[in-house]
Design a protein around this ligand. Structure first.
Ligand code: ATP
Length: 219
């Protein structure tokens, strides 16, 4: 069994609430914090504990005992100052692992400088996923691994159906690699060059963004 971890989530907007509820459903202990009482009340049945507190206030923050938590997620959105200040104070308190939500790249850089262990860009990532889904019917999921490298899940384009990986030659043509194939319940990983792509197969692909865009353009 996986070890139960202690998480705290600060800022219960859509992102923070969804992170808190998902972690709790996964069997972890979750303390959900917001300065707005209504927001804490709304989520109280779906997490372990809720606390109403303004986390930019050093004394209130200290009183929460967050030093003992495994991970603290700063999910305050609009108020960049409150988000940044909270991250800074958590760092000063010696919190082990801080995940902070950034509104944009500059804000993200600032959070990294302050000492956030992980910076996430939910709006940007979601926007990119939606955009890729809109551009291509085939794209099921899209994750940016680095500015130029992505992982996508696509249903097999008609143009590739019935071809083996060797025949399709995606690495040479587009600079992308099929790292796994999902076929119903079965996951073929890594697929051999002789593996034939079937109509309902889901291809898991890693590659540069230009190559992935070219693949997305296939019917
Ligand atoms: P989402 O897009 O995830 O819904 P958002 O970007 O709209 O979120 P906000 O609503 O601005 O985010 O902030 C999320 C929550 O953070 C709000 O419920 C707000 O009350 C809370 N919050 C803001 N500042 C503080 C603070 N200083 N201390 C505690 N909670 C705060």
């Amino acid at each position: 069994m996986k070890a139960k971890k202690q998480f705290a989530v600060i800022g219960l907007g859509r992102f923070g609430s969804s992170v808190a509820i998902t972690l709790h459903e996964a069997g972890h202990e979750v303390l959900a914090i917001d300065m707005d009482e209504e927001r804490t009340q709304r989520i109280s049945e779906q997490v372990t504990h809720v606390v109403q507190a303004d986390t930019t206030d050093e004394n209130s923050l200290k009183a929460l005992g967050l030093r003992n938590f495994d991970v603290v997620v700063v999910a305050i959105g609009e108020d960049i100052q409150a988000n940044t200040m909270t991250t800074l104070l958590l760092k000063e308190l010696g919190v082990k692992y801080i995940v902070a939500k950034a509104r944009n790249l500059l804000h993200g850089k600032m959070l990294e400088k302050i000492g956030a262990d992980r910076v996430v860009y939910p709006e940007r990532d979601m926007g990119q996923r939606v955009a890729h889904n809109l551009v291509s019917r085939n794209v099921l999921d899209y994750i940016e691994l680095s500015p130029n490298l992505s992982l996508v899940e696509v249903t097999t384009p008609l143009a590739l159906t019935g071809k083996s990986l060797a025949e399709a030659n995606l690495r040479m043509k587009y600079g992308i690699n099929v790292v796994a194939i999902k076929r119903g319940e079965q996951i073929i990983v890594p697929p051999l060059p002789t593996e034939i792509m079937h109509k309902d197969d889901i291809l898991i692909i890693v590659g540069n963004n230009t190559g992935i865009s070219q693949l997305e353009a296939l019917e």
